[in-house]
Design a protein around this ligand. Structure first.
Ligand SMILES: Cc1cc2nc3c(=O)[nH]c(=O)nc-3n(C[C@H](O)[C@H](O)[C@H](O)COP(=O)(O)O)c2cc1C
Length: 198
């Protein structure tokens, strides 16, 4: 099984990446193939509302010169998708929002590319606003018919400078448990995909 983590932070090795890595660790231990894709800090523009994806229905966005389409391809192949974003002005980064809007439309235009997958989101935050960022990503997971596992707290980790999130013991414990929940849910769903509502 495959888990894809998508990092919406422009800071390589930053707090969001640390959180995502903590979620992936139990999945790797359980034998999952994992991949972390960097979206933050890379070229990815917003949706143009051209609705061409509803005409072409080729599982791609008409904007071909950025990383969206290769990321959608990876998302389509994954059994679990974990979105990560630092909290920026009490919400997700611009790159994460562009990914949500465009991959969401491509998914809907093609009958639901992500339906039945496990979907989770995590946010790194200095002080406040992480729940909004978490909600923004969860709205996408919900509307694209992914299945969200709970954990022991909402999926946020506290830290400002790179690495500070390592001091948030409760946050890290929650990430570890989340990884285990994704494994449990993902392996359960896998055996039941033939029963997914038409
Ligand atoms: C543009 C910008 C906006 C931010 N807005 C918030 C905010 O609303 N609330 C907050 O607590 N921290 C805010 N932060 C701090 C980051 O969320 C925090 O440093 C986080 O750990 C960064 O994660 P990263 O290392 O993965 O980039 C902001 C940082 C930046 C650069």
């Amino acid at each position: 099984m495959k888990a894809l983590a998508i990092n919406g932070s422009p800071r390589n090795g930053g707090n969001t990446e640390i959180l995502l890595t903590k979620v992936l660790a139990p999945l790797e231990a359980a034998g999952w193939e994992t991949e972390l894709v960097q979206v933050g800090g890379r070229a990815i523009r917003g949706c143009m509302a051209c609705k061409k994806c509803f005409e072409t229905k080729d599982m791609e966005c008409i904007i071909k010169n950025d990383i969206l389409n290769e990321t959608v391809k990876k998302m389509s192949k994954a059994d679990a998708i974990i979105l990560g974003s630092p909290t920026y002005f009490a919400d997700v980064t611009a790159e994460m929002k562009a990914l949500i809007d465009r991959s969401g439309y491509v998914s809907i235009a093609n009958g639901g590319l992500f339906k039945g997958k496990v979907g989770s989101s995590v946010s790194a935050v200095r002080r406040a606003g992480a729940l909004r960022a978490f909600d923004t990503m969860n709205h996408f997971l919900h509307l694209t018919q992914m299945v969200m596992p709970g954990s022991t707290y909402w999926n946020l980790g506290i830290g400002r400078e790179i690495g500070e999130v390592d001091n948030d013991e409760e946050g890290l414990r929650n990430m570890n448990h989340l990884g285990k929940m994704i494994n449990w849910l993902g392996t359960s769903l896998k055996d039941n995909m033939d029963k997914f509502p038409k």
